[in-house]
Write a protein that binds this ligand. Structure first.
Ligand code: PEP
Ligand code: MN
Length: 276
């Protein structure tokens, strides 16, 4: 139900709700001390590709499969994603492998189709302040993963989440994916301090995307481990069966076997952080 009157405290705030929000996706719970590993290709490219990666993510102990069908590319001449056909492939891969799926929605026009195919709906960095899209997401029954905008402050990011919650959807997962700074060795600059800031200010779960944050596969494992050590609720990592020939973001994608090794290490770090 939409909230018309401004609440005394923001709905996203710890002041409004002191206990951590836990979001149920299938048999898995996101937040509240669990570890959530989301893996999969940047873009859905073919049935074989997604089926193969889905199997690997599941075997590595990942809980959610990712794959982009609608891609927000910097250049209009880059691969734009498979659209509706991609959604069908992702849904099938999720069902066959018994793993929930997440995919990005870029426009209110596609919302119903994405909602019907995905277990979690992603709003990308470039759409963090697309208020029509946020309001539509607020009317959905599905959890929303809200990425931090390229140059968004934490306050702007939490206000974007507030738009979703004000429309009645309290299932919001925040995702830090690197912010724009003067540094250009990395694709973006991973703001690990956002984990502590969000945990202090909000009850919502926060996950880290070290793939888009760095743009470099050699940096992904270290940043992923640092994120869990710093208290993140999980990670979203790009995994491709053939990164050298990926249609999108190959240089930042792990191979399935690399994801599997990393997942084991992450579970150990998570155990230490939460049972110390
Ligand atoms: C993605 O996750 O595929 C993506 C495009 O990420 P971002 O919105 O963070 O750039
Ligand atoms: Mn990508």
């Amino acid at each position: 139900m939409a909230i018309d009157i401004q609440p005394v405290q923001p709905l996203t705030s710890r002041a409004y709700k002191s206990e951590d929000t836990v979001i149920e996706v299938g048999k898995h719970r996101i937040g509240g001390g669990t570890l959530t590993l989301i893996g999969g290709p940047c873009s859905i490219e073919s049935v074989d590709q997604v089926m193969s990666v889905a199997d690997s993510i599941k075997n590595a102990g990942g809980q959610v499969l990712r794959g982009g069908a609608f891609k927000p590319r910097t250049s209009p001449y880059s691969f734009q994603g498979m659209g509706g056909d991609g959604l069908k492939i992702l849904k099938k891969a999720g069902m066959q492998n018994d793993i929930p799926v997440i995919t990005e929605v870029m426009s209110t026009d596609d919302f119903e189709a994405v909602e019907a195919s995905a277990d979690i709906i992603q709003i990308g960095a470039r759409n963090m302040q697309n208020f029509h899209l946020l309001k539509r997401a607020g009317k959905s029954q599905k959890p929303i993963l809200l990425k931090r905008g390229l140059s968004a402050t934490i306050d702007e990011w939490l206000n974007a989440a507030e738009y979703i919650m004000a429309e009645g959807n309290s299932q919001v997962i925040l995702c830090e994916r690197g912010i724009r700074t003067f540094e250009n060795y990395t694709r973006n600059t991973l703001d690990l301090s956002a984990i502590v800031a969000v945990k202090t200010l909000s009850h919502l779960p926060i996950i880290i995307d070290p793939s888009h944050a760095t743009g470099r596969k050699e940096m992904v494992p270290a940043m992923a481990k640092a994120a869990i050590a710093a208290g993140a609720d999980g990670l979203m990592i790009e995994v491709h069966n053939d990164p050298e020939n990926a249609l999108c973001d190959g240089p930042q994608s792990l191979k399935p076997e690399e994801f599997s090794v990393l997942a084991d290490e992450l579970r150990k770090i998570h155990e230490v952080v939460h049972n110390a």
